[in-house]
Design a binder for this molecule. Structure first.
Ligand code: AQP
Length: 333
């Protein structure tokens, strides 16, 4: 009997505080769907090393990392169907980063959109890690011989960079890495900020700009109520001319699983206020079971510990095997 080789799906999330609905709709929701596909072997991880590139509090970092794992389990990752682990527990990520660093032109990193934005945001703390972030990300992905990386639109440039590095390494040292492809969702790939629809929804733009996955019902109602809207009062999907309301319609469409046309029809002749009131309830209804699941998980730390240990062991096996190949090809002892 011929066993079919499964494609590797690999992606991660930073433990930098609360996960928001942008992270969920752009990435985690798709991860939870992909893990059900029998053709895929899914590996997801919490990228704590990446989170160290921005100012953070070491005294509660462990709790933040642990909470990110809880958030992802509550949001639908099922350890029976996928591998879940913590980046820093696999040393090979850092080891491969160094080797890939030596293949990376400095100018390419300086041109990365995320670096330019973050360097602007944290002017006083532009560390080298912020610059080499995409190299660590490439090492993460390549270490697992990844085929597909499900991410939001903002990560497209980093995946392209990863492909370039894989090609470069293979050309110079011999074939080791696969060239991964980004899997970007058709809708939800870039959920915009509630306070500024020109910017992507982001934790760093203040709590009113995003809805956290585990915000209270009251917080969700308030944030949607004060979310900026466009001039006029028509609930119409038109990202170019009505970016704020189009963003809210996208959120409605994805959480209610209803076509955009149907939503527009339902609110024809009604104003933004009616639409926003219903949108808040749609989000609340969707997120309720996730919150309940998180509460159950919180009471079961041993289960979470076991999930992470199993994940670590599976990840370690793959990472070790890849690094043996890498060391051989690069001439290291
Ligand atoms: N606004 C978004 N819309 C769709 N997808 C998004 N992602 C992030 N923001 C959006 C996707 O979520 C996954 C995890 O991203 P991350 O851990 O790298 O988080 P981030 O992009 O750093 O999130 P923030 O909120 O923007 O953090 P700060 O403010 O700290 O920089 C990725 O697949 C990403 O594409």
């Amino acid at each position: 009997m011929v066993t079919k080789v499964k494609k590797i799906v690999f992606s991660g999330i930073q433990p930098t505080g609360t996960i928001h609905i942008g992270n969920y709709l752009g990435a985690i929701k798709n991860w939870a769907e992909l893990q059900n596909n029998p053709d895929y072997d899914c590996i997801f991880f919490v990228v704590d090393l990446h989170a160290m590139t921005v100012p953070y509090d070491a005294s509660n970092f462990q709790a933040t990392i642990y909470n990110a794992v809880l958030d992802n389990l509550a949001a639908g990752l099922d350890p029976k169907k996928c591998t879940i682990f913590i980046q820093s527990q696999i040393k090979e990520h850092s080891e491969l980063t160094w080797i890939l660093d030596t293949l990376t032109p400095l100018g390419e990193l300086q041109r990365m959109t995320q670096f330019k934005e973050k360097a602007e945001e944290q002017k006083s703390e532009v560390n080298a890690g912020l610059l080499t972030y995409p190299v660590l990300q490439a090492a993460d992905i390549l270490l697992y011989k990844t085929d597909f990386v499900p991410v939001g639109k903002d990560q497209e440039q980093h995946i392209e960079f990863t492909r370039t590095l894989a090609r470069k390494f293979n050309a110079r040292f011999g074939e080791v890495f696969k060239e991964p492809a980004a899997l970007i969702p058709k809708a939800g790939a870039k959920i915009m900020s509630l306070t500024d629809p020109a910017k992507k929804m982001s934790k760093s733009h203040g709590p009113e700009s995003y809805i956290a996955l585990f915000d209270s019902d009251e917080m969700i109602r308030r944030k949607i109520k004060i979310a900026v809207t466009d001039s006029g009062k028509e609930v119409r999907y038109d990202p170019k001319n009505k970016p704020a309301i189009s963003n809210l319609i996208t959120i409605y469409h994805l959480f209610a699983d209803q076509p955009i046309k149907e939503i527009e029809k339902r609110y024809a002749g009604k104003g933004y206020a009616d639409f926003k009131k219903d949108l808040a309830e749609v989000i609340i209804d969707y997120l309720k079971p996730l919150r309940q699941k998180r509460e159950r998980l919180e009471k079961n730390p041993d289960y979470v510990k076991n999930v992470l240990e199993e994940g670590r062991q599976k990840a370690q096996k793959i990472a070790t095997a890849t690094m043996i190949e890498v060391k051989k090809k690069t001439g290291l002892i």
